[in-house]
Design a protein around this ligand. Structure first.
Ligand code: ZN
Length: 366
């Protein structure tokens, strides 16, 4: 049971619409059959599990990946494989030269099947074919290294999140090209954004692989604001919570966040709840500070962003003093969460300290 069961504040917001920055992924080339057989050549359990999680992340929308454990040897050999390789081995086996700033590469054979272009939109004259083989080579010499799972590093200086890199590379194996104008796993922005397979991706995937489409309800809340007018790392601004210290009853503002309906189904309404949380994970003891309620229907591909204006809630007066993180959880209006869990919540990087508002002055002693 939550410590505070009543919603402190509910702000009602109008129906979100379709708009710029949320559609327009593109594709050229693809596998000869679906589902595509894959071998996971990671030999250690954490990365094998991480690879399965990313295959399943795509499969939640289109059931295209049929993966199994491999023999641990990845090479141009007619099989679709994923593993870590170092720069020297990649050069020797594939004739491709990575540097230490390369996260990963996707080997596609023949490369000409992907058409002769890099980024969306697809040129009208592009000639697209079929890949005989696709391998995802994760660079074990990458300067920052990798980690198999979270938490998210908003500064983007620490180890890279495996799922963000591999989700993108698996998109390439399906024929997806870079997409710098939309929220997309195929964009070239930071892990806190790149980890998400977004509406632009699922819409294109459903068009490309109609026989493999799964009908799903999936609301995604993103811990960033995306500006479609900018590209690369400039396009995203991570979530921000301020001020760093506040008295009980005082205001806290949460800025730079968005949601999308990534699923196939329209939902009648959407609720975003904001909590103070003690740890770095969502917990039942988290303290509700406010909610945003959206009246719908919110159609597949529908979205809303805060336009960097943020929302402000007052901290409940009876909250215990201390230092907290701020988390957000998205659900349908009746509180029902969907089954695709990884994009249902986030925890902001900033901490908020609730400090005593009473300034006691000792009475002079007599
Ligand atoms: Zn790429």
């Amino acid at each position: 049971m939550r410590l505070f069961s009543k919603v402190a504040t509910v702000l009602i917001i109008a129906v979100p619409l379709l708009a710029q920055g949320h559609d327009g992924s593109c594709r050229c080339g693809g596998p000869p059959i679906v589902p595509v057989p894959w071998e996971i050549d990671h030999l250690d359990a954490p990365y094998s599990a991480a690879a399965k999680e990313v295959f399943d992340r795509w499969n939640a929308y289109i059931e295209v990946f049929d993966y199994r454990p491999g023999d641990g040897v990845m090479a141009p050999n007619g099989k679709n494989e994923i593993a870590f390789l170092d720069i020297a081995t990649t050069s020797a086996r594939y004739g491709v030269n990575m540097d230490r700033n390369t996260f990963a590469i996707t080997y596609m054979s023949p490369l000409s099947a992907a058409g002769d272009f890099d980024a969306c939109p697809k040129p009208p004259e592009a000639s697209c074919g079929t890949f005989d083989e696709t391998d995802v080579i994760v660079n074990s010499d990458f300067s920052r290294g990798f980690k198999p799972s979270g938490p998210i590093d908003y500064t983007d200086h620490g180890p890279a999140l495996y799922a963000a890199t591999v989700g993108h590379e698996l998109g390439h194996t399906l024929g997806f090209h870079h997409n710098v104008n939309d929220i997309s796993v195929m964009n070239l922005y930071e892990d806190f954004a790149a980890q998400y397979i977004a509406a632009a991706d699922t819409e294109e995937a459903r068009v490309a692989y109609p026989s493999r489409v799964r009908r799903v309800i999936d609301l995604a809340i993103y811990p960033f604001y995306f500006d479609p007018g900018l590209t690369d790392y400039a396009a995203t601004t991570p979530v921000d919570v301020s001020p760093a210290a506040v008295v009980p009853g005082g205001p806290v503002t949460i800025r730079n966040f968005e949601f999308e309906n990534v699923g196939t189904e329209s939902v009648p309404d959407v609720l975003i709840r904001f909590y103070l949380t003690r740890g770095v994970a969502i917990a039942p003891s988290d303290i509700l500070i406010g909610s945003l309620a959206f009246s719908g229907p919110i159609v597949s591909g529908g979205y809303w962003d805060d336009d960097q204006a943020g929302v402000t809630f007052n901290i409940p007066r009876d909250v215990p003093l201390g230092t907290y993180y701020l988390s957000a959880v998205i659900s349908q209006g009746n509180g029902t969460s969907d089954a695709i869990l990884y994009n249902n919540s986030w925890i902001a990087p900033q901490q908020v300290t609730i400090v005593s508002g009473i300034r006691r002055r000792a009475a002079p002693r007599r």
